[in-house]
Write a protein that binds this ligand. Structure first.
Ligand SMILES: [Zn+2]
Length: 283
């Protein structure tokens, strides 16, 4: 189905709610009370995505699917995301920092999140987006994280183990963010980010795509989108609903022109919008 089209774009929304703010607070010591913004901004996103007929993958913290109130729970909104034709992926159960998790706690957060989201929407959840875009550490990809190694002395979860646990718990897709050593060296020497079009890769049986733009929809995301429309490959773009009004690269003022550009390139047959679940090999 995708043959003959030069490029693809995948859009992700990391739907953290207050679980993500609290987890950030326990890691960085300054959790903010911004979790409530996720809900109102997601309603706005559902409108915008419907207007342009562009589906996205919402990576949802599983605990939000349990019954309860804002800023921690909203199962109804998760069902509206699903009903809008978007993919619901897991973003762990409580936005845990995965490198510190042992195998049993890792398996627990992955399976609890999957089960609560599947019960909520009544459909399979096959895709995963790691909180904080970590682990970075992945030996086979020449990616080494000194900070992860320093922070977790024993029984650390690296990207390989995350993918093994994802496979064991029934997932089939993961967005990854590791950076091979040679890429980091080039960036250090050239003093700028060096991004390439993504290709699908398999890690421990899980289909993975690598992020290739920092969060947001400004120049960097547009450059990657245009590059993939011309040269092929996948532009992997993401943002957070709670940041839609924050004035930075994730602001709606950048998102709207970005969606218009995707729509334009799609009409010209130069780009295809795709969801993780559409990229999985036939079971
Ligand atoms: Zn997150």
């Amino acid at each position: 189905m995708t043959e003959g089209l030069p490029g693809r774009v995948m859009l992700f929304w990391d739907y953290d709610t207050q679980w993500g703010m609290d987890a950030l607070g326990s890691r960085a010591g300054a959790g903010e009370a911004l979790g409530h913004l996720e809900f109102a901004h997601t309603e706005r996103l559902l409108e915008l995505h419907a207007r342009y007929d562009i589906p996205a993958c919402f990576a949802v913290v599983g605990a939000v699917a349990l019954s309860g109130t804002h800023p921690y729970h909203d199962p109804g909104q998760i069902r509206r995301i699903h009903a809008g034709g978007h993919e619901v992926a897991s973003h762990s159960f409580r936005h845990e920092w995965l490198p510190a998790l042992s195998w049993p706690t890792l398996v627990e957060t992955l399976s609890r999140s999957k089960e609560s989201l599947e019960q909520c929407i009544g459909a399979p959840v096959m895709s995963f987006v790691p909180p904080f875009n970590q682990p970075f550490d992945y030996l086979a990809g020449w990616s080494f994280s000194l900070s992860e190694r320093r922070s977790v002395k024993n029984d650390r979860t690296d990207l390989r183990r995350l993918c093994e646990a994802l496979y064991a718990t029934g997932y089939r897709f993961c967005r990854v963010a590791y950076r091979p050593m040679h890429v980091r060296l080039i960036e250090r020497v050239s003093r700028r980010q060096w991004q390439q079009a993504s290709r699908l890769e398999s890690i421990a049986g899980i289909t993975c795509v690598r992020l290739n733009a920092s969060a947001g929809f400004d120049g960097a995301a547009t450059t990657m989108l245009d590059h993939c429309a011309t040269a092929g490959g996948i532009a992997v773009i993401y943002g957070h609903p709670h940041s839609l009004g924050c004035g930075n690269a994730q602001d709606e003022k950048h998102l709207r022109p970005f969606l218009e550009r995707v729509n334009h390139l799609r009409r010209e047959g130069r780009i295809q919008v795709c969801l993780p679940r559409e990229l999985l090999p036939e079971a």
